[in-house]
Each structure stands twice: as C-alpha cells, then as structure tokens.
Design a protein around this ligand. Structure first.
Ligand code: G3D
Ligand code: MG
Length: 209
C-alpha cells in the first residue's frame, strides 16, 4: 500500500529553532511572528520524487511543551520519522539529543525491532552565528552511535535564519522513511531516489554528514 502522508515530528530543547526551521521550510521566511503557538500543530507540504511521485510531509511542531522534558504520547503517536534539532552554539542542547531520542522511543511504544531502525535525522541549527561549540565530527559520532545497520541517521547543519540547508534537510527525511511503493521502484530499477519539493530546485548541494 502506498502511504502518501508522512507524519514528521520536530524534537529538541526549547530555543534551538524548531519553529523557525519549519517556518523557513514552509514559508521561506525567518520571523518571530509565530511565537505564540497555541497548541502542538502540524503543517503539510508536498514534496515530489524525481519520477513524479508526490509525498505529503505533515510536519508537527510543539507548543512549548519541551520545557516539561517530554512531548507526550499524542505528539509522537503515529510518527513516521523524527527530526532531532540542536543548536550548534549550545552544547547542552546537543547533549540532550539522546534524552529526546529515548523519550520518543519510549512514548511511541514502538516494538524493539522497529525502534532500532526508526527513521531519524539530526539538524544542528543556527550555523549563521559564529559561536559554535558543537563540531561536525561530534554530530557525526553521535549519529553513528545511534544508527543501526539498516537505518543510518543523517546529520545536517542548517540556519533557519538564512535558509542554509533547511529545504535539503526536510526533503531528505522523506528519503529515509520507508515508503513501500518507492522501495519497490528502487528494487526494480536500481535507480537512486532523489527528492525535491514541488516548487524547489533539484540542484542544491546536500550538506549531510
Ligand atoms: P524552538 O521552536 O525550538 O523553541 P524558535 O525555537 O524557533 O522559537 O527559536 C528560538 C530563538 O532562536 C528565536 O529567537 C529565533 O529567532 C532564534 N533562531 C532560530 N533559528 C535561528 C537561526 O538559524 N539563526 C539565528 N541566528 N537565530 C535563530 P528569539 O530571540 O526570538 O528568542
Ligand atoms: Mg517552538
């Protein structure tokens, strides 16, 4: 069966830029005007594969409940992938990635076999600020440690402010989610799967570790 709406949850400490990243991806804008989030909500955006298949990304953002150090069962329920966000200028937010990952796996009640291979991607945000304390190497090491044989965690560095790598990261998440229809095509043709948003370019450089 072809699943064409993917629930993607944004996870990470408050202040790392989750809301700003989503705004940049959806509206191509950096703004503070979205601050008063009322409840956890989602926005959908369509991405399109190279061979024309359309996939809807339903991207969930928190309502600030990360301050309680857990996002709750309802937020995580039915997620197809999660994006773990930290701030490259804030070491604690990077250290907390493991805790967020555990919280997700625990609350989503995935069977152990599925939890091991669950699609995840990490974004180190705010690279436009010149005060970095988390290196690419550290991020790569974390991703490797938490990857499984079948599911490698890609890591991106981005800036919600100037847009660097935002579209690339969100689009890439669709690539690592198990979409049976796409897998069939891949197995059959042996082609590589490249995704782009409907209105976007296909030529941007990927900055995944
Ligand atoms: P959150 O949703 O993870 O809690 P927000 O984070 O998106 O609300 O962002 C928290 C603060 O970081 C905001 O600043 C926002 O403008 C800023 N921010 C987010 N992403 C970036 C980025 O890539 N670069 C820079 N320089 N700042 C960013 P305020 O001052 O409004 O709290
Ligand atoms: Mg937010």
């Amino acid at each position: 069966m072809h699943k064409d709406i993917l629930k993607i949850v944004l996870i990470g400490d408050g202040g790392v830029g989750k809301t700003s990243l989503r705004n940049q991806f959806i509206h191509k804008r950096f703004t503070n005007a979205y601050k008063a989030t009322i409840g956890a909500d989602f926005i959908t955006k369509q991405v399109e594969t190279e061979d024309g298949k359309k996939v809807m990304l339903q991207i969930w953002d928190t309502a600030g409940q990360e301050r309680f150090q857990s996002l709750g069962v309802a937020y995580y329920r039915g997620a197809d992938a999660c994006i773990l966000v930290y701030d490259v200028n804030n070491f604690l937010s990077f250290q907390h990635l493991g805790r967020w990952r555990e919280d997700f796996l625990k609350q989503s009640s995935l069977p152990a076999e599925e939890a091991m291979h669950f699609p995840m991607l990490i974004i180190g945000n705010k690279i436009d600020i010149d005060d970095r304390v988390v290196s690419r190497r550290q991020a790569r090491a974390w991703a490797e440690q938490n990857s499984s044989e079948r599911m490698k965690i890609p890591c991106f560095e981005a800036s919600a402010k100037d847009g660097t790598n935002v579209e690339e990261a969100f689009t890439y998440i669709a690539k690592i989610v198990k979409i049976p229809q796409l897998e069939l095509d891949l197995n059959g043709g042996g082609s590589s799967l490249t995704l782009s948003t409907s209105e976007s370019t296909k030529s941007k450089k990927r900055s995944c570790c």
